[in-house]
Design a protein around this ligand. Structure first.
Ligand code: GLN
Ligand code: ZN
Length: 719
């Protein structure tokens, strides 16, 4: 049995990817140095692959993002050097960023509406794609690239696609073999799109290049057509759901092609059930002449190796498998298939980390736990009286600039260079400053600034039971940005209050209302790895109950507003719309369970990073009082979608795009508000930035917020 693998993380064993690129941005190293380090990472990758697998593509390295590389490869952008390449990635001229399928990776989006007469041409000589100059390169496919771009008129799509196919033809004619990733094939596609894919790919039939067409993240609805495309090998995901597998068992697989059977999970961290994988492979081998086994999704959604986790409980580490271990498992599957190795026993977590009390809480949940007793309209009256806020109340989303000093103090504390008391005193002094700042500038609802938090999920994972966080489990989120997804290994509970101390302290420093700040259950789940033998909704409800306990503690301390951040609410939705109902059912219930508390506490939620128009009906079923939602980049759409529904709650449309260093003027923010006020009543309108201010500096924050306050004053005067 031959083994195939792809998508190994590009972060480097010591995160050298991040380091060298960021040094380059700081002008500390030159282009050559970056290329050198990235080449070394590629060498590392190849060494690891070679140890375990037979076949793998190369050129999976990118200087920032493979989707950006694709737009360059096809001649849309032509950066002349790395400096120009990074201008497309970050800063003022950068392309917009959005989530890659339902993962927490973000890619750079090519907006065709910004390109005059787009035409494609082969741009293989560009510095950005130099890693593609190898014997078996990997590319993002033309369909996926265009489907995930924006600003393409539906009627222009076919021509653009066929033109792009011609460019790929030219590219591929340089190679003997290549891997082409078309994950967009697993989306809900229209008949026209499928015909187009057929037309395009069929026109490549005479090429000598052996193409491996890779699909992943889910099953392909047009599998019959897919299997007829003139390529050498086709990769299918057999992990996400059973559809692909059942199709092959029933209908077989063309004899002239290789089936690359994705049997090892690329998106979760648990050891495979080798026996099960081998059995499936044996059944497949009766139906399929040419068969290889591989990972079912690119491995970059996983950290590099569990070998670097030396503080973890061995009983847990034993059942974990990161990217390198996945390769090892692929090799084992191959050997077991050929009876060259005895099938290892199945690793199970079983009762590890389970907690009867928590399970009992879940088992005894009743329908009414998910439904608030007091309606929004009634709550509004109660809260208006208690909060006494002006028209167009102003607030921020939670975090304030995480300065070098804040990060340095946290580091010294983690390294035990300073004591807990000293660290706590430092955080308190930051809270003092930020409360005073907000009072001086005139905000209505204050926050404590989140200085104690590194990451909005890891922070809670470290305080909840049932979670473990890793030392070195870094995963790329976008560009050079890395995060360490926590692992949910058992039932979740809250042994101690998590955020009360800071919020209570902040509230004690002001007469204005301070918002409590929590990350919501869906987002914590979306950005963690979790067990698959516990129903996902139960994990979400466990989180919900723990967070609700926290809100009950806020209530005891007299906190009047609590914000539940759910930036991953849209992202976690399945790729196929037919699976949406099942997901949103539990996701909405989890949110409503979290916030099912006294009507006197005003519940805010916050969402960002996504297009919300298509999930507006689901958002409307979440029983919050106020939602702050990103809007400053895609203004029109979101406002229109609120018009279409009966939306009664209060809303804060983000009027300041905090992902940009530009200070917004009162006038441009006023434009957004004026447009929104045609659809949303003024009594329901809050004024706020579109996300947390963690990544901004103080100067930008001061100027932008002061404009934001001016805006609110102007609005109050005018109306
Ligand atoms: N409260 C968080 C912050 O302000 C929200 C972050 C987010 O939405 N991603 O940083
Ligand atoms: Zn946000």
């Amino acid at each position: 049995m031959k083994i195939y693998a792809y998508g190994f993380p590009r972060i480097g064993i010591n995160r050298e990817y991040k380091k060298v690129i960021e040094d380059y941005w700081k002008d500390e190293v030159d282009e050559e140095k970056v290329i050198g380090v990235l080449s070394n990472i590629q060498k590392q990758q190849i060494e690891i692959y070679t140890k375990y697998v037979d076949t793998f593509p190369q050129g999976e390295i990118s200087f920032y993002d493979p989707m950006l590389d694709t737009t360059i490869l096809s001649g849309i952008y032509e950066p002349k050097n790395l400096k120009e390449y990074y201008e497309l990635s970050r800063g003022m001229k950068a392309l917009e960023m959005t989530k890659w399928f339902n993962t927490n990776y973000h890619y750079l989006v090519t907006d065709f509406s910004k390109i005059k007469n787009p035409s494609f041409k082969v741009n293989l000589e560009n510095i950005a794609v130099q890693f593609k100059k190898c014997s078996f390169p990997q590319f993002i496919g033309p369909f996926t690239f265009l489907k995930l771009s924006k600003g393409i008129d539906k009627k222009d799509f076919p021509d653009l696609f066929l033109n792009l196919i011609n460019v790929y033809r030219e590219i591929l004619s340089n190679y003997k073999q290549a891997q082409i990733d078309e994950p967009a094939f697993v989306m809900d596609l229209e008949k026209d799109e499928i015909s187009l894919i057929k037309k395009g790919y069929n026109s490549l039939g005479d090429l000598k290049c052996k193409v491996t067409l890779m699909t992943y993240y889910s099953s392909v609805d047009f599998i019959e057509d897919l299997l007829s495309l003139p390529v050498s090998a086709i990769g299918l995901d057999f992990v996400h759901d059973k559809t692909n597998y059942e199709y092959i068992l029933e209908k077989g697989f063309p004899e002239d092609k290789i089936l690359i059977a994705g049997l090892v999970d690329g998106r979760n961290v648990w050891k495979e059930d080798i026996y099960n994988a081998v059995s499936k492979l044996k059944i497949l081998s009766k139906k399929v002449t040419n068969l290889m086994v591989s990972n079912a999704a690119p491995l970059y959604h996983l950290p590099i190796s569990t070998a670097f986790e030396n503080k973890m409980d061995v009983n847990l580490k034993k059942v974990l498998s990161f990217a390198t271990e996945k390769l090892e498992e692929l090799k084992t599957i191959g050997l077991c298939f050929e009876d060259k190795k005895e099938t290892p026993e199945k690793y199970v977590l079983g009762s590890y980390g389970r907690n009867d009390e928590v399970q009992k809480r879940i088992d005894t949940l009743k329908q009414e736990d998910f439904v608030k007793k007091v309606s929004y309209q009634e709550r509004r009256k109660i809260q208006d009286k208690l909060l006494n806020l002006p028209l167009f109340p102003t607030t921020t989303i939670g975090s304030f600039p995480q300065t070098g000093e804040v990060r340095k103090k946290r580091k010294s504390y983690l390294k035990k260079e300073i004591s807990f008391e000293e660290y706590k005193a430092f955080i308190r002094s930051e809270i003092d400053k930020v409360i005073k700042f907000q009072e001086d500038i005139g905000l209505d609802v204050l926050v404590h600034g989140e200085f104690e938090r590194t990451d909005m999920v890891e922070f809670f994972a470290q305080k909840l039971s049932g979670f473990v966080t890793t030392q070195n489990g870094w995963v790329l989120s976008y560009g050079t940005r890395v995060y360490r997804p926590p692992i949910i290994f058992g039932d979740i509970s809250r042994p101690n209050p998590m955020t009360i101390d800071e919020i209570k302290y902040a509230q004690s420093k002001t007469n204005k209302t301070v918002k409590g700040m929590l990350t919501g259950p869906v987002t914590i789940l979306a950005w963690s790895y979790y067990r698959e033998d516990i129903p996902i909704e139960n994990i979400a409800y466990q989180l919900a109950l723990s967070l609700r306990d926290e809100i009950l503690d806020y209530e005891k301390e007299g906190i009047k507003i609590v914000q539940i951040d759910e930036p991953a609410f849209r992202e976690k939705a399945p790729i196929k719309k037919r699976d949406w109902k099942g997901y949103f059912d539990w996701a909405i219930k989890a949110f409503n369970l979290t916030t099912n508390i006294s009507p006197e506490i005003q519940i805010h939620t916050h969402m960002c990073y996504s297009e919300f128009g298509e999930i507006i009906d689901y958002i409307n079923k979440m029983d919050f009082d106020v939602i702050s939602i990103e809007a400053s980049r895609s203004k029109g759409d979101i406002i229109e979608s609120f018009e279409g529904i009966d939306f009664k709650h209060q809303i804060g449309l983000g009027v300041w795009d905090i992902h940009s260093p530009i200070v917004p003027s009162v006038e441009e923010m006023m434009d957004i508000v004026k447009r929104a006020l045609q659809k949303i009543s003024k009594e329901n309108f809050w004024i706020n930035p579109d996300c947390g201010l963690k990544t901004r500096n103080w100067e930008e924050t001061r100027s932008s917020l002061s404009n934001l306050i001016k805006l609110a004053k102007k609005l109050r005067d005018e109306i």
